[in-house]
Design a protein around this ligand. Sequence first.
Ligand code: UD1
Ligand code: UDP
Length: 381
Amino acid sequence: MTKKILSVFGTRPEAIKMAPVVLKLAQNEKIESKICVTAQHREMLDSVLDLFQIRPDFDLDLMSPGQDLFDITTKVLNGVGDVIRKAKPDVVLVHGDTTSCFAAALAAFYLDVPVGHVEAGLRTGNMRAPFPEEANRSLVGRLAQYHFAPTKTAEKSLLAENVSPDKIWVTGNTVIDSLLMTREKLGIKKDEYWEDIFGSSLFDAIINSSRKLILITGHRRENFGQGFIDLCTAIKQLALAHSDWDLVYPVHLNPNVQQPVKDTLSGIKNIHLIEPLSYEPFVWLMDQSDLVLTDSGGIQEEAPSLGKPVLVMRDVTERPEALDAGTVRLVGTDTKQIVDNIEQVLLNDKIYNSMSTALNPYGDGKAADRIVDILLTGSFT
Ligand code: UD1
Ligand code: UDP
């Protein structure tokens, strides 16, 4: 008998990390795989769906400009509820910690369908940081029956919350599957391909090895307001003090991010504000960069695998592995902290070299295979 699996996701990072899983599910003849995208993100989601050639069976198309948490939660709960009633899956798979993930898991729980949680067990221990992600993933941890933990640390956190050990599997993080799949394709692309994407002047700056390249991303809700003003001030100070550095910032489409970033950082010659990049050029750009400054979750996992030092604009992280290994540093959003840390890392070869050892504590590229095997052999009743 085939197993019916409904995978639900809605944002760019969930799509990147679920792509290897849904591609494997689709190849398995013992599985009937359906995909529902909430489209909590639209353009940023579609670019990942296009890259991995994923065709959703259901698209809730719910994104609205400047949406709030109530909008997303209620639309996902009702929309995914309807899809589950129609598709009648044996298991609903959700990923990570977005509001799409939480509300989809709640819909499945209300309809008495078992939930499998991919990237389970990440915790900071602080319900307000990151907000609302720590609450989302903790609540999904209560609702789910099957917990696919990326690391032993995540498994430990689930055990500490009394999740039964026989419902936890340490699989590795599927982000490494995606990263390796994508990286493999980059080698065959010629310079002209990247020049076309980035434009010749930015391309020249990116590949100019006598200039340092800092890659920046930021979008966390708890940093909105003063946090963003402070971090943008740091970026501006660094750009003005180091004319031989280039700072490239693909700006997240959230209006709460766009406004402070464009207000503070437009018109500075060595700051390059660009649109969010599709995943392939983003991985290429990470690989070209000297240092990554970010508040992202996924980039904290990817950049260490590429041997790039990462400064994380947060006070706490749910991904302690690379922090413990010394590749990642937490710098918060304080202007001076960011400036001092970046200068220290980029101007001191000894510190730079100690932070840029390639490190891969998050997976071996086979997480999706493991998850699909477990879904086939597990008894989902
Ligand atoms: C969401 C997730 C966050 C995740 C992040 C990844 C929640 C509450 N937040 O935050 O956990 O880390 O995605 O990026 O689940 N927008 C567009 N086009 C897009 C995407 C976003 O225009 O393709 C704009 C829209 O105005 C939208 C706004 O960004 O309303 C915010 O999107 P939303 O998903 O609510 O928040 P994110 O900050 O993206
Ligand atoms: N990413 C991308 N294009 C960009 C910026 C990021 O493809 O312009 C990818 C990045 O490689 C990572 C994911 O998006 O896999 C991270 O997304 P984000 O930072 O928005 O979310 P988080 O991981 O913090 O939830």
